[in-house]
Design a binder for this molecule. Sequence first.
Ligand code: NAD
Length: 315
Amino acid sequence: MKLLITGGCGFIGSHFLRKTLTETEFEVVNLDKLTYAGKLENTVDFAKNSRYKFVEGSICDKNLVDKLAAGADVIVNFAAESHVDNSIENPQIFVETNVLGTQILLDAARKHSLKKFLQISTDEVYGDLPLGSTEKFREHDELKPSSPYSASKAAADMLCLAAWRTFDQPVLISRCSNNFGTHQLAEKLMPLVISRALKNEKISVYGDGKNVRDWIHVNDHCSAILKILERGQAGEIYNVGADNEVANIDLVKLLLKILGKSEGLIEFVKDRPGHDRRYAIDSSKIQSELGWQPEHVNFEEELKKMVTWYKKENF
Ligand SMILES: NC(=O)c1ccc[n+]([C@@H]2O[C@H](COP(=O)([O-])OP(=O)(O)OC[C@H]3O[C@@H](n4cnc5c(N)ncnc54)[C@H](O)[C@@H]3O)[C@@H](O)[C@H]2O)c1
């Protein structure tokens, strides 16, 4: 099978490429624009694999996408502007890449009758849940995105579902919770905390720090994506999560404990506008229908391994 992966030089895409090249016989083309978030370093360990090819370019480049789609069986779309804070500063690029880019990929996939199109979406499209409730996001919950980032991802999901309904295009959507692991850019919470703490710099925590995120190891997200590619049904949405809700402040304290640093480094700062309070994802559908399970579920042990990697990388 020939996969066209987009955004494979980013955090999750690079883990997915590594896993796919190790665990399958698939041939993979990685189309990545190498924005500030895309790093060739993330792909060095498999860049010379004979089943791997890198193409520098944008998912918004119609001609390039058309040419690459012509040689593929499947598209997996990771490419996105992914940082909520940036979307508050500059929403337009989020619409260009996350919405227009997805439509360009969908059109090319349809033109060349690709067997599958998997959109890598996020639980953030559902908005947020009240703190202290036991509710969890289900696949057919209303979409209520809070930020320009999550709104652009929700729009892309809608375009995928419309392609399924209108053209019978074999589209699948995964919606995963917050990922953690190695190779993540230091703009995101965990690597940011680690990098600042290692330099004994202050660590900013938004608002009261009680916002809850549902964390999953990046390799568990990637195994879910492979499972969806293998067994998922066209037109379906699959939530992916590991039932691991943690308040931001507790996470920061846990990372500081692992790093042997003082909680005195923490400073509370003005809350992010529109800051989602709680995410919690119900992933019973992918577990019961596709037989997927998260494996990296000892959170503290996985955090320790991750911290060791960031320290070694001289991050
Ligand atoms: N990080 C998470 O916790 C999380 C959770 C759920 C879903 N997701 C989704 O997973 C996907 C990957 O997230 P990530 O955290 O790895 O993001 P990332 O920011 O680390 O990587 C994004 C990659 O996309 C590339 N890219 C950006 N614009 C492009 C364009 N126009 N054309 C081609 N490539 C382009 C970048 O160069 C980069 O390599 C995103 O779609 C995101 O919405 C992320």
